[in-house]
Write a protein that binds this ligand. Structure first.
Ligand code: FEO
Length: 387
C-alpha cells in the first residue's frame, strides 16, 4: 500500500474500494477510490480522507512518507463520509492538527463528528500558506452538497476538485494517461448523470471560476487524476452542465407479456426511420444508474410500462422516482404501454414526464397484444409527429 507521487512532495494517499458495487443506489461495477492527498511542505497537509473502513490503508500509504502524527493541517473539501469518514481517526493521531472547512462544512462536520476537532472556517478567496505553497479555497455549493469547496494550489497549477470531475473506478493506475480514456470518460459521464446532474447550474458557476485558473492537474476525490486530457473533461462538463442533448432517443420500458416491448420497438422504428439514433433499455436487464448515463444526453425520453394493479410496474415507479430526482431538463417525453382492461399506467407515466417540465408527444396506449398493423400505425403516427 504505497503512496503515488503526483508532483514533487505531493502524494496520492487514498483508498481503493475494489469491491464497491453500490453507492447509494448507483451501480459501481468498476468499484471506486476515495482520493486523499498529502502535501509535504512546512505545514504537512492532508486534503480529504477516505471511507472509514479504508482508514488503515490511508495511514499505511502516509506512513511511507511521514508519521501521520506529524500532520499539521487537514483540508475537508466535502462533508460526505466517503471523504470525511476518517478525519476523526486522523485527529486521534494528529492531535494538534487544524481542520479547514467551509462554513457549511463546519455545520456538517460538527453534526457528523462533534464540535471538538479544532475547526477553522475558510471561504472563497481565502488563502492558507503552508510554506512554499498557498492553498486557495473556492466554495462550490451543491457540487455535490451545500458544504463543497475545491482547493487550488497556484504554485503547482493543481486543483483538488473533490467530487467534481470524479469517476467510480477502482484501479492501481492513478493518471488519465495510464488508463483507457474511453472508460474514464464513460464513468465520468455516469458519475455526472447519477450524482451531479441536479446541480448543473451550480456546476456552471463553478466552471466559470475554475475556467479562470491555470490548471495542469485535476485531482478529484474519486477515480483517475486528470493531467493529459484536462480540456476534454472540462469540455464534457460544459456540455453536461448546459444540458446539451444529442439527437438521440432513450427508450426505457418494462414489459409483462411482451406487448409493451412490441410497442417499444415500434417507437424505435419511427425514430430510426427519421434518422434519430436510439437506445433500448429494458428495466429487467439494465440498471437504472446505467440508463441515466444514456438518458443524460438524450433529446427524447420515451418511457413505457404495462398496467399492473391500476398502475405502472414497480420497476418503472423506481426508475421514474430516480429519474425525476436527478432533474434532467429540456427534453421531449413520450409515454406508452399496453393494458388488459383498466390501463392507467400510460397516463401515470405521462404525468411524471410532464411534472419534469417536458413537452410530450402523443401517448400510445394499446390493449392486449398489438398486431403488426397496429404497430405499423404507431410507427407512422410517431413519424408524422417527428417530421
Ligand atoms: Fe464522493 Fe459527495 O461524495
Amino acid at each position: 500500500m504505497k503512496p503515488v507521487q503526483i508532483k514533487q512532495d505531493i502524494y496520492w494517499v487514498g483508498g481503493i474500494d475494489w469491491d464497491l458495487r453500490n453507492f447509494h443506489g448507483y451501480l459501481t461495477q468498476r468499484g471506486s477510490t476515495y482520493n486523499a492527498y498529502l502535501i509535504m511542505d512546512e505545514k504537512i497537509t492532508l486534503v480529504d480522507s477516505v471511507k472509514h473502513y479504508l482508514c488503515d490503508e490511508m495511514f499505511e500509504r502516509i506512513s511511507h512518507i511521514v508519521d501521520p502524527a506529524k500532520i499539521d493541517y487537514i483540508v475537508s473539501n466535502h462533508v460526505e463520509m466517503d471523504h470525511s469518514g476518517s478525519i476523526p481517526m486522523v485527529k486521534k493521531v494528529a492531535k494538534n492538527a487544524t481542520v479547514f472547512t467551509s462554513p457549511k462544512g463546519l455545520e456538517g462536520l460538527t453534526a457528523h463528528f462533534g464540535g471538538d476537532l479544532n475547526y477553522k472556517v475558510v471561504k472563497t478567496g481565502d488563502t492558507l500558506n503552508i510554506g512554499k505553497r498557498n492553498l486557495t479555497f473556492v466554495q462550490t455549493p451543491m457540487v455535490h452538497w451545500p458544504d463543497n469547496m475545491v482547493t487550488y494550489i497556484p504554485e503547482e497549477k493543481l486543483l483538488l476538485s473533490n467530487d467534481a470531475f470524479g469517476q467510480h473506478i477502482a484501479s492501481s493506475e492513478r493518471f488519465d494517461d495510464e488508463y483507457p480514456l474511453h472508460i474514464i470518460l464513460e464513468e465520468a459521464q455516469k458519475y455526472y448523470a447519477n450524482i451531479v446532474l441536479p446541480f448543473s447550474s451550480q456546476v456552471q458557476k463553478a466552471l466559470q471560476t475554475v475556467g479562470g485558473l491555470d490548471i495542469e492537474t485535476i485531482c478529484p476525490s474519486h477515480g483517475i487524476i486528470w493531467r493529459a486530457n484536462i480540456p476534454t473533461i472540462l469540455e464534457q462538463y460544459k456540455k453536461w452542465s448546459a444540458n446539451k442533448t444529442d439527437n438521440y432517443a432513450a427508450i426505457v420500458y418494462d414489459t409483462m407479456w411482451h406487448s409493451t416491448e412490441k410497442i417499444a420497438y415500434a417507437v424505435q422504428r419511427a425514430f430510426e426511420d427519421m434518422g434519430i439514433h436510439t437506445g433500448m433499455f429494458n428495466l429487467q436487464h439494465t440498471h437504472i444508474s446505467d440508463i441515466m448515463t444514456h438518458v443524460m444526453t438524450a433529446k427524447y425520453i420515451c418511457v413505457g410500462s404495462p398496467t399492473l394493479n391500476n398502475g405502472m410496474l414497480p420497476t418503472m415507479g423506481a426508475f421514474l422516482t430516480y429519474f425525476k430526482g436527478l432533474a434532467p431538463r429540456d427534453r421531449i417525453g413520450l409515454a406508452f404501454g399496453s393494458y388488459g382492461w383498466s390501463g392507467q399506467s400510460v397516463s401515470q407515466v405521462e404525468d411524471v414526464l410532464k411534472a419534469c417540465g417536458f413537452p410530450t408527444l402523443s401517448s400510445i396506449r394499446l390493449q392486449y397484444i398489438p398486431d403488426e398493423a397496429k404497430l405499423q400505425s404507431i410507427t407512422e403516427q410517431l413519424k408524422g409527429e417527428l417530421s
